[in-house]
Design a protein around this ligand. Structure first.
Ligand SMILES: Nc1nc2c(ncn2[C@@H]2O[C@H](COP(=O)(O)OP(=O)(O)OP(=O)(O)O)[C@@H](O)[C@H]2O)c(=O)[nH]1
Ligand SMILES: [Mg+2]
Length: 373
């Protein structure tokens, strides 16, 4: 038997908190799909956070019927923490080859499991059930939830450097287990729902070959959503962290930025002292020289090898427009701090410079020199 034909262990990691009304049908519907899949054994791992509604008893009863149904329990620390514990168990105790992430409330259609696995067999490492690719939908979302979901995804995609992925927060995914063994996954700090977006960014930066397949995300069968305000706050706080994942790039970018200050000052000095050019005209030339030298160093050093398909001129144009935006941010923050908050002008300018520089880095690293198309 060729390695690709060997029997694969597929583990469905299902986090539960108060899913007593849904868990039985979810488990049954997943095991039902096994008959459509050859060369695989199915395991379901329930990760329950001591649900007070009797979820665990229902799972225990079903364990008599399904030998491959497992459960681990613990204190409620959030969805991300539950997934980390679940992955750990699926890898170390069940020796899984393929891991599915799925909700336990019936919102994820089990009938798509064979399709996920056939895409996996084509060599993909991360298959995402996507609400936002053609054919995918969220027909029962309220307008508020639609907006939250869309805006959340846009932030993750463009700040997190995964603009090629349309649905970064979907909870229905199939992942090559070897990718989850890496330490960087175990140490992802997101505890709640933001774990989902952190995981997509991390897997992608590890080089996971990704494919999205359309899903229809329906209403949960019963019970309440567990998405809390804390989760939403953590999600927002997590966005800058996603942008800074490649901190080495940021250090190089900062070095280039500092070099730009010297280029700017040096050219200004030469123009005013040796060429007698006025103090009005000289800064225009020296600033432009600094922007150009920063661009060249970033293109050939900081972000070397990224976004090669886009022309030099087009990137140069983007770099200039982002520099203007950062300059405007710097100025806007400065004016706001001195006029509204009456903060010392030097401190206000420093805050403006820092915010402008961070914005500049995030947009350039995820747009001008983005990693993927
Ligand atoms: N173990 C564990 N599971 C959780 C926790 N929070 C959510 N879950 C489970 O994670 C899955 C996704 O949560 P949901 O509340 O369905 O989130 P959602 O699908 O965005 O919201 P709805 O559309 O209202 O269902 C469900 O199976 C929950 O039971 C948690 O803190 N611990
Ligand atoms: Mg749900």
């Amino acid at each position: 038997m060729k390695p690709s034909e060997s029997i694969k262990k597929v583990c469905f990691v299902l986090p539960t908190f108060n899913e007593a009304d849904n868990i039985r049908s979810t488990i049954e519907s997943i095991f039902l799909e096994k008959k459509h899949v050859n060369k695989a054994t199915f395991f379901i791992l329930i990760v329950d956070d001591n649900s007070p509604d009797g979820t665990q008893q229902i799972v225990k009863d079903l364990m008599g019927q399904y030998q491959n149904l497992k459960m681990i329990t613990g204190e409620k620390k959030g969805l991300g923490e539950a997934y980390k514990r679940g992955f750990d168990y699926a890898l170390s105790e069940l020796d899984a080859d393929i891991i599915f992430q799925m909700d336990s409330d019936g919102q994820h259609d089990s009938k798509l499991i064979p399709h996920f696995l056939s895409v996996f067999e084509q060599g993909f490492d991360l298959i995402i059930g996507s609400r936002f690719v053609e054919g995918g939908s969220t027909p029962e979302f309220s307008l508020r939830r639609k907006i939250l979901s869309k805006v959340g995804n846009l932030l993750v995609r463009y700040v997190g450097g995964v603009s090629q992925i349309k649905d970064c927060t979907s909870g229905y995914r199939c992942i090559r287990a070897s990718f989850l063994k890496r330490d960087s996954i175990k140490s992802l700090s997101a505890r709640g729902y933001s774990f989902q977006s952190s995981l997509v960014c991390e897997l992608t930066s590890q080089g996971a070959k990704t494919k999205e397949i359309p899903i229809t995300f329906t209403r949960r069968i019963s019970g309440e959503s567990k998405l809390s305000w804390e989760d939403q706050v953590e999600f927002i706080m997590n966005i800058p962290r996603l942008g800074f994942r490649n901190y080495q790039d940021f250090i190089r970018y900062a070095i280039v930025g500092v070099s730009g200050v010297f280029v700017n000052l040096g050219i200004y000095y030469i123009l005013t002292r040796f060429f007698g050019i006025s103090q009005i005209v000289s800064p225009i030339i020296s600033i432009e020289c600094a922007v150009l030298s920063n661009f060249i160093l970033n293109n050939f050093w900081t972000f070397k090898g990224r976004n090669l398909q886009e022309s030099f001129i087009s990137k140069l144009f983007k770099f200039h427009s982002i520099a203007a935006l950062s300059g405007a941010t710097n100025y806007g923050v400065f004016i706001m701090l001195i006029s509204i908050f009456t903060i010392n002008d030097l401190v206000a300018n420093l805050v403006g410079i820092l915010l402008g520089a961070i914005l500049n880095y995030l947009i350039n690293s995820n747009w001008t020199w983005r990693k993927f198309d």
